[in-house]
Design a protein around this ligand. Structure first.
Ligand SMILES: Nc1ncnc2c1ncn2[C@@H]1O[C@H](COP(=O)(O)OP(=O)(O)OP(=O)(O)O)[C@@H](O)[C@H]1O
Length: 293
């Protein structure tokens, strides 16, 4: 965490955020809300699968510039919440707003374009493409030239292609795998594949980056490195929503935590309060000890 605890200006209010860094980096992004204000509002989000109420009237906000943790025991509804927010599922009820704009009913790719990017619990890369190509695919989604422009290799397309490769390389460097740019993604070590997923999501220039268990399968040293990467991403001006099972990781990296249990929100506070909350402790009873260390 950075050390800007005495902020009193309009960016104050998010513990641990170096708001100068966040503001400077994010200034280029066209985001309608200020650092510290509500960027995403989840209002009474409800998701039913037949008779199963997987999400029951969930409400929370994500503030611009924060790292928000979404935790809960197995089956609590975390991934369902991500899926309902990012257009994978159509919510049964409630609303998700990004910068005040309702996302319900908007197609997945349009939600990504609007600024909500995500990674998946199960890695979803193009295995037969190189690491760089996987990132460039994400960047291409933002291009303005037409298919005809690409076929005719018009100057604008060539310019965009060149800048895609440069930006793709910069993103691979940012997540620490630039030396593996030319490797087919299916040949990358597991940890690099997880990093590549993050780079590909960042390529869409998101306003909010949603990470679904990015440390799954990592050893403690890899987890520590990933925590550092998530902090760097935030310090670069992004807002992060993080689903994570590993409580130590969540407590160490987040500014605030929302806790779900059986599809209901049972707590929403800073990590030090969540750690002591009896409802949260009891929700984790019976879970592997590792999950609530
Ligand atoms: N497509 C679906 N159809 C039916 N039930 C589903 C579907 N997706 C999720 N569920 C159910 O919804 C509940 C919440 O599941 P979800 O995967 O969101 O939990 P989770 O908190 O992400 O769990 P985990 O930590 O194990 O990934 C579970 O009971 C699950 O079986």
């Amino acid at each position: 965490m950075t050390e800007s605890t005495e902020e009193t200006g309009r960016h104050a209010g998010i513990p641990g955020v170096d708001t100068d860094v966040a503001e400077a980096a994010a200034a280029e992004r066209d985001i309608a809300v200020k650092v510290g204000d509500d960027l995403v509002e989840v209002k009474n989000l409800t998701m039913k699968f037949g008779g199963l109420l997987a999400l029951d009237n969930i409400s929370f906000t994500i503030k611009r510039g924060e790292i928000l943790g979404l935790i809960g025991p197995n089956g609590a509804g975390k991934t369902t919440c991500f899926n309902a927010m990012t257009g994978v599922y159509k919510p049964t009820g409630g609303q998700v707003l990004l910068e005040g704009r309702v996302l319900n009913g908007v197609k997945q790719h349009k939600i990504t374009r609007a600024g909500l990017a995500r990674t998946f619990q199960n890695i979803r890369l193009f295995g037969e493409m190189t690491a760089l190509e996987n990132v460039v695919v994400g960047l291409d989604a933002r291009h303005k030239t037409s298919v005809i422009g690409a076929l005719l290799r018009l100057p604008r397309h060539i310019r965009e292609e060149k800048s895609s490769i440069e930006r793709g390389m910069a993103l691979l460097e940012f997540v620490g795998i630039a030396d593996q740019a030319a490797t087919l993604s299916r040949h990358l070590p597991y940890g690099s594949q997880r990093r590549l997923e993050i780079a590909r999501a960042l390529a869409t220039d998101p306003k909010v980056l949603c990470l679904d268990e990015p440390a799954a399968g990592f050893n403690p040293a890899e987890k520590e490195e990933l925590m550092q990467l998530i902090r760097t991403i935030r310090d670069d001006g992004y807002t992060v929503l993080l689903i994570e099972h590993d409580m130590k990781l969540v407590m160490g990296v987040t500014d605030r935590i929302v806790v779900l249990e059986f599809g209901k929100k049972i707590a929403d506070d800073v990590p030090s309060v969540i750690r002591e909350d009896p409802k949260v402790v009891s929700a984790y009873l019976g879970e592997p000890e590792d999950d609530f260390a």
